[in-house]
Design a protein around this ligand. Structure first.
Ligand code: PRT
Ligand code: MG
Length: 216
């Protein structure tokens, strides 16, 4: 139960947290601690009516869906894998940007492999996104669910290809992989619990508006 009467914001550590700090500051919210330094999972802020909870990136929509957090910031990649029930997505925050791609080992002839109609083994943590992408192209795939380090899968012989997010491309390069198809652009979104938006509108609306101003 979320019995805190203020606003609970769900964030993940790492790039989302870093890139969210300026947005929070614009809404006069300053976390009291750095989650990279502290082991606390509930972090107070300069405002007694706002707290931050630190969760895995892929768990942010779940906290918001069930109202354990009122607000959250989640990558579009994560949201595409979530059913989105009870979640309102008012803003593209244009942070933590990357591309969702299909990548294969350098030298693997993806185009002719696919044109032949051969089944492609694809390792990914983005099962829904991958299924839809290949279905739309009429490519037959066997999807293998992973939870991280997708880049290893083709090198270790687990899969022919991966579907993963890419930003600088240096991880692909370091592992002799090349992106052969772009699926979509990804950035982080503000997500809001729909019931909280009604019940706590006076608290939430100014935060959403402050974020919107920065993004513009
Ligand atoms: O780490 P954890 O398993 O808890 O979760 P996570 O990896 O999903 O979280 P995190 O914090 O790494 O990413 C949070 C969000 O940032 C993702 O949901 C994306 O929306 C977004 N994002 C932006 C990225 C990247 N850029 C990115 N580059 N998420 C992951 N990566 C990976 C990429 O797949 C590669 O393995 O980072 C590695 C380095 O990328 P390159 O291309 O710069 O080498
Ligand atoms: Mg990570």
């Amino acid at each position: 139960m979320n019995d805190f009467s203020g606003i609970t914001v769900a964030l993940s550590k790492g790039r989302i947290f870093e890139e969210t700090l300026p947005l929070l500051a614009a809404a006069d919210i300053v976390p009291a601690e750095d989650p990279e330094q502290s082991r606390k999972l509930i972090i107070a802020t300069n405002r007694s009516d706002v707290r931050v909870v630190i969760v895995r990136a892929s768990d942010v929509p779940t906290y918001v869906q069930y109202g354990a957090a009122d607000l959250g910031i989640a990558g579009k990649d994560v949201l595409l894998e979530h059913d989105g029930v009870g979640i309102y997505q008012p803003l593209d925050l244009k942070i933590a940007s990357c591309r969702m791609c299909v990548a294969v080992p350098a030298g693997f002839d993806y185009t002719s492999y696919v044109q032949r109609g051969a089944r492609l083994k694809v390792a990914t943590k983005y099962i829904n996104t991958a299924r839809e992408h290949f279905a739309a192209k009429g490519v037959h795939v066997d999807l293998i669910k992973l939870y991280g380090s997708m880049e290893l899968a083709p090198l270790a012989g687990l899969a022919d290809a991966i579907v993963d997010v890419v930003s600088s491309g240096s991880t692909l390069k370091a592992n002799h992989l090349v992106a052969v198809e772009d699926i979509c652009n990804i950035s982080a979104r503000l997500i809001v619990n729909q019931a909280a938006l009604k019940m706590k509108r006076e608290l939430l609306q100014p935060v959403i508006e402050a974020f919107a101003k920065v993004v513009k």
